[in-house]
Design a protein around this ligand. Sequence first.
Ligand code: ATP
Length: 284
Amino acid sequence: MTEEPAASVAPEPGSGTPVALDLQGVKKTYDTPGRPHVEAIRQLDFQVGRGELVCVVGPSGAGKTTLLRSIAGLLDVTEGAVVLDGQVVTGPPAGMAVVFQEYGRSLFPWMTVRQNIELPLKEQGIPKAVRREKVDKALAEVSLTEAAEQHPWQLSGGMQQRVAIARAIAYEPSVLLMDEPFAAVDAQTRAELEDLVRALWKRLGVTVLFVTHDIDEAVYLGERVIVLSNRPTVLMEDVNVDLPRDRDQLTTRSDPRFGELRGHIYALIQKAKAGHRPDSETEA
Ligand SMILES: Nc1ncnc2c1ncn2[C@@H]1O[C@H](COP(=O)(O)OP(=O)(O)OP(=O)(O)O)[C@@H](O)[C@H]1O
């Protein structure tokens, strides 16, 4: 890799856009009985503005899943705080929905598509007629109206992941977290699902935090890309993706700026893998 071109650094938050998600000095260590002590996240501070689409990338084992689970309230942070809409997260918050990579395990095979999407709404105590309306709308958003009465196992992997997305958006979350959601689908389906995420984000105005190991995907989807260091994780760089808001697979990916951003982030990850850390003068 040659010297990376200068990337524009993400603007300081707080300039107009309200903050949806605020990570304040988040640290996470694992002290699992019978397993070695692991310092996963050393220090993370960043904010996601309401209605932003932010991607997170980092070397394998950097703590991306740990970060996302901590934000989702599925793991307790060791120090610091995750704040969603002004409230400290102490368990899975009502305003957050998560889409995981393993759609096969996140959908109930004995329930129809409609029942799967309806379940979290039922748990919220939403009346039946309203539930039906919300499920129909979510199904239309992901173009799966025809599949409402089918079971997940009757659908392709890409369709199942669309059901998982429909379930998340039917819930009308303030923040949608996505943990490598397209890692298990083929390249063509993946491109379609990426476009679906961009389209939903624009239409619904939801705040999205999208974790991926794929640099191209992060640049294509994100308005910002948060690059993590090697474990114990700190922020390598918060990269502003200054590509046009309207993106498509062909034009955007052949835009020279796309190539520059991809090259810049690739170089950062290589540096991270080689042991460079912004919190240390030494490089391994
Ligand atoms: N329950 C646990 N107990 C102990 N250590 C754990 C636990 N879960 C994760 N870890 C460790 O924390 C570190 C970060 O793991 P995590 O899965 O968050 O990384 P990741 O960036 O998502 O990895 P990948 O890119 O490979 O998916 C790893 O060293 C992992 O072994």
